[in-house]
Write a protein that binds this ligand. Structure first.
Ligand SMILES: Nc1ncnc2c1ncn2[C@@H]1O[C@H](COP(=O)(O)OP(=O)(O)O)[C@@H](O)[C@H]1O
Ligand SMILES: Cc1ncc(C[n+]2csc(CCOP(=O)(O)OP(=O)(O)O)c2C)c(N)n1
Ligand SMILES: [Mg+2]
Ligand SMILES: [Mg+2]
Ligand SMILES: [Mg+2]
Length: 327
């Protein structure tokens, strides 16, 4: 195998998106949006930081790199259309493993009819996958972190902390009940981006969305800062899988807030639209939970508060932070 035969092997034989003009094979790809806004994002995953041989097979490395990006598109309310993959591949990687990685991405891409339209292949020391995605959204309909208003309901999809529990099991070879361990591991390896749910909210004029990659302690702050409001959350309302308590009683609360990589959506919406949000979740077969309320800023800086046993505390912006220096 060399770079060129590899590219030939991953080149799609046909594309599903009608707006594609030129796919893989020239200096760049071309697509032609028809009056919609184009939404784009890039997230990178690096061996040793986002995954390791212990936590992920090549299939899941690929699946998850695309899932994280589709999750960002869902948080903008957009419909995914295209992706590009830039990959750094260590010498020892076999062609079969690289094919598996692409099969992992394709398995998710096919579900959403998303086309692979380009990328870059480079040899290097550590596996790194950078995925760039493009999606469409009706003009002016993107969902921003900056749209939260006082009295909004704060909600979150699914359950939190499962992915972190899966990571713990994988990294430390924990032997817990096999069915329950498999659930957490699956939540870590194969997160489901909430694309369908976000799209079912299209009838609502205003909804704030942010996807949970770092943990809601961080994402709630991003909403508070962008919207210049305070968020008041209730710890007892934050949703978790019931058996997480049994295995990780000491840690599960912290993981719910800052474990990260749940790829659920946290958002805010006016009370009068709450029934639409509930209906959307039901349609998509996912759970949705009210976890708090938006309030006007009490001080000069936006804050997130969390109530536990009726005690009010500031929730710090904890979570996974890259580029930490000098601490
Ligand atoms: N190295 C970078 N150069 C330019 N923009 C960046 C860089 N890193 C992050 N951003 C931008 O900063 C914003 C927040 O990024 P990030 O926290 O990674 O978002 P998310 O958690 O949703 O993936 C996004 O608009 C992103 O495009
Ligand atoms: C081997 C391994 N160690 C640690 C983690 C945990 N981890 C790595 S990055 C991250 C946060 C999310 O990644 P980031 O690059 O900040 O995503 P973004 O917010 O840009 O979407 C977490 C919780 C992991 N997934 N795998
Ligand atoms: Mg990012
Ligand atoms: Mg995001
Ligand atoms: Mg992201």
């Amino acid at each position: 195998m060399d770079e060129f035969s590899f590219i030939d092997s991953i080149r799609p034989s046909y594309y599903k998106q009608p707006s594609l003009v030129k796919g893989i094979g020239d200096d760049a790809a071309v697509f032609r949006p028809s009056g919609q806004d184009v939404v784009t994002a890039v997230d990178t995953m690096v061996e040793g930081v986002h995954f390791s041989r212990k936590t992920m097979s090549p299939f899941y490395m690929g699946y998850r790199a695309l899932a994280a990006n589709l999750s960002d598109l869902s948080a903008m309310g957009s419909t995914p259309a295209f992706y590009l993959v830039s990959i750094v591949v260590p010498e020892e990687w076999e062609q079969e493993e690289l094919n598996e990685l692409y099969t992992g991405m394709k398995s998710l891409a096919d579900e959403y009819s998303v086309d692979l339209i380009g990328g870059d292949t480079v040899s290097g020391d550590q596996l790194s996958i950078s995925v760039t995605v493009f999606g469409y959204v009706d003009r002016g309909k993107s969902r921003y972190r900056s749209s939260a208003k006082p009295d909004d309901i704060v909600f979150v999809t699914g359950t939190l902390g499962d992915s972190r529990a899966g990571l713990e099991i994988l990294l430390n070879d924990l032997s817990i009940d096999s069915k329950e361990a498999a659930f957490f591991i699956e939540r870590h390896r194969r997160p489901v981006p909430r694309v369908d749910f976000a799209q079912s909210l299209l009838s609502i004029e205003r909804v704030t969305l942010n996807d949970v990659s770092d943990g809601i302690a961080s994402e709630a702050h991003e909403i508070a800062e962008a919207s210049q409001v305070d968020l008041h959350l209730t710890m007892e309302d934050v949703p978790f899988t019931d058996f997480i308590k049994k295995w990780f009683n000491k840690s599960y609360k912290e993981w719910m807030l800052s474990g990260g990589e749940d790829f659920e959506l946290i958002g805010t919406v006016a009370g009068e639209d709450w029934n639409v949000v509930e209906e959307a979740a039901k349609e998509c077969g996912i759970s949705i939970t009210k976890i708090g309320t938006v309030k006007e800023m009490a001080h000069e800086q936006p804050e997130v508060y969390i109530y536990e046993n009726n005690e009010k505390k500031k929730l710090m912006k904890s979570g996974y932070t890259h580029l930490k220096r000098g601490e």
